[in-house]
Write a protein that binds this ligand. Structure first.
Ligand SMILES: [Zn+2]
Length: 507
């Protein structure tokens, strides 16, 4: 318990999930050669059934058989297991929309295992519970100034919100399968030993064995261990249509992830999941706690819930106080070698421009971040925050001034859009995505930002003609990170339904 083990990927080996297996997966493979191999096969087939139901929304057993190529008898037995685990539910045949046809309709369950998500921002804290269909069933948000507050105190306050959310979920017959916390910071993998001992100063070098292997094995398996020990890794072929979304990157997990730097919270080297586990005390026993960068979760939310399931390669920009980007490549989150990919806010758009807190000059954040836009509009960010407390109020103020045609505000937004366009054109030239999505505060201001972004993109994306329809604002708005956090556990359940039955047995 106190010494969680984590499978290590051999160094220097490819670790993408669809390439060669890491050592941990090889270990599973060996296990699968034992009499347990049928169990492994069954686990995969259970996932396949879940993914078909998720993709079809309602489907009969015969439909599942047709979609998967499994025999009807096999499908029936798998379905029984999923119904018992409350991962699937049955509706009458009329739900299939074809009256007269025999057989009941299968749907994802709206009770049973669910995802618990949390978000800690500079000026707010939020938690939500999403059921297997991705629907938000519980949501609690509190305005709270977290800037400069001790991480232990933030963890204690968040633990209280999580307890409340879990209790409300319990009343609706939902139980949390996993918790993911969205944080505005750079995260790094930590060795198990130092992560469980927050005071220990032994920080591994970023490219040393711990950092590299932690990140690498995470890339290979989506992150699957926690403070409670090792959990098997989903290793299931994607279903024909649910494909991409189902298998994608769940968040890197738990205590092994450390917040290296969260400037907008004033944190350095914080093992937040460990603190949260301690603060939770007896609450949520056995539930995995994950921590993930908010921009990554916003991008995953866009992938999973953005209403464009065909979108496999895109850049998602999200910004409030800071600006971050999430890169989705081939339907998966691209994290980079150390998990720091997507720091668009510190991409320099004016090499001789304003000094940035990061030490560089002319960073995008200095022109298109919330504070920068307010300042350019002639407002004092701190004073505005005081006069308009509450998350998002400052952006609403900007929007209302723009709406009224206030010139300084319109100029500030045009300037922010221009800077965003320069940065995004660079990203587009580099990774050739099929779409660029503005999320968070930028989605709320998109009406005024998009024309300038668009102009720069058309001018600077040179490898191909840029088309306006490739640029859009997210419909998820400000809630992207929170939704991505809650749906992380949901996606894990779709990829490995047996992980849910373990929780169910505890619940
Ligand atoms: Zn910077």
């Amino acid at each position: 318990m106190s010494q969680p083990s984590r499978p290590e990927a051999p160094r220097g080996e490819p670790t993408g999930r669809n390439v060669r297996p890491s050592r941990s997966r090889a270990a599973h493979a060996v296990r699968d050669l034992t009499p347990a191999s049928q169990a492994g096969m069954r686990r995969r087939n259970l996932a396949l059934v879940m993914q078909v139901v998720a993709a079809e929304e309602t489907v009969s057993r015969a439909g599942v058989a047709a979609r998967t190529g499994l025999t009807r008898a096999t499908v029936s037995s798998l379905v029984e297991e999923l119904l018992d685990a409350r991962l699937l539910a049955e509706r009458g045949p009329e739900a299939l929309g074809r009256p007269g046809r025999p057989g009941s309709a299968l749907v994802l369950s709206d009770v049973g295992p669910a995802g618990l998500g949390a978000e800690v921002g500079p000026d707010h804290m939020a938690v939500c519970v999403a059921d297997l269909r991705g629907e938000v069933r519980v949501r609690i948000e509190e305005p709270v100034d977290n800037r400069g507050v001790a991480p232990e105190d933030v963890a204690a306050r968040l633990a209280e919100l999580l307890r409340r959310a879990a209790a409300e979920a319990g009343a609706a017959d939902l139980w949390p399968h996993g918790v993911t916390v969205a944080l505005p910071g750079l995260l790094r993998r930590q060795s198990a030993r130092s992560a469980t001992a927050p005071d220990a100063p032994d920080r591994p070098p970023l490219n040393g064995a711990d950092g590299a292997n932690g990140g690498a094995s995470d890339g290979a398996n989506g992150g699957a261990t926690d403070a409670n020990g090792e959990r098997p890794v989903p290793d299931i072929p994607a279903a024909p249509t649910a494909s991409s979304t189902s298998m994608d990157s769940t968040a890197p997990t738990d205590s092994l992830v450390v917040v290296e730097k969260a400037p907008n919270l004033g944190w350095t080297d914080v093992p937040f999941a460990v603190l949260l586990r301690a603060a939770l005390g007896e609450a949520l026993p056995g539930v995995r706690i994950g921590v993930e960068n908010e921009a990554n979760l916003s991008a995953l939310a866009e992938l999973w819930l953005g209403g464009r399931p065909w979108m496999r390669d895109f850049v998602h920009v999200s910004g409030e106080v800071g600006i971050g980007a999430g890169l989705v490549v081939g339907g998966r989150l691209f994290r980079g070698a150390r998990g720091f990919a997507g720091e668009l806010g510190h991409l320099s758009v004016r090499p001789r421009g304003e000094r940035c807190g990061c030490g560089s000059r002319g960073c995008l954040e200095r022109y298109a971040g919330e504070d920068a836009m307010l300042r350019a509009a002639g407002l004092d960010p701190a004073e505005v925050a005081h006069r308009h407390p509450g998350r998002g109020e400052r952006i609403r103020l900007l929007a209302s001034r723009a709406e009224a045609g206030e010139e300084a505000t319109l100029a500030a937004l045009a300037r922010a859009g221009q800077a965003l366009g320069v940065a995004l054109a660079g990203a587009v030239n580099l990774v050739d995505p099929e779409a660029v999505v503005l999320g968070g505060a930028h989605a709320e201001l998109s009406r005024w930002l998009l024309p300038a972004v668009e102009r720069e993109m058309r001018r600077r994306v040179t490898a191909r003609p840029w088309r306006a329809e490739w640029l859009s604002a997210s419909v998820l708005g400000r809630d992207g990170a929170l939704l991505g956090a809650a749906n992380t556990a949901v996606r894990e359940l779709l990829a490995d339904p047996t992980s849910g039955t373990v929780t169910a047995a505890r619940g």
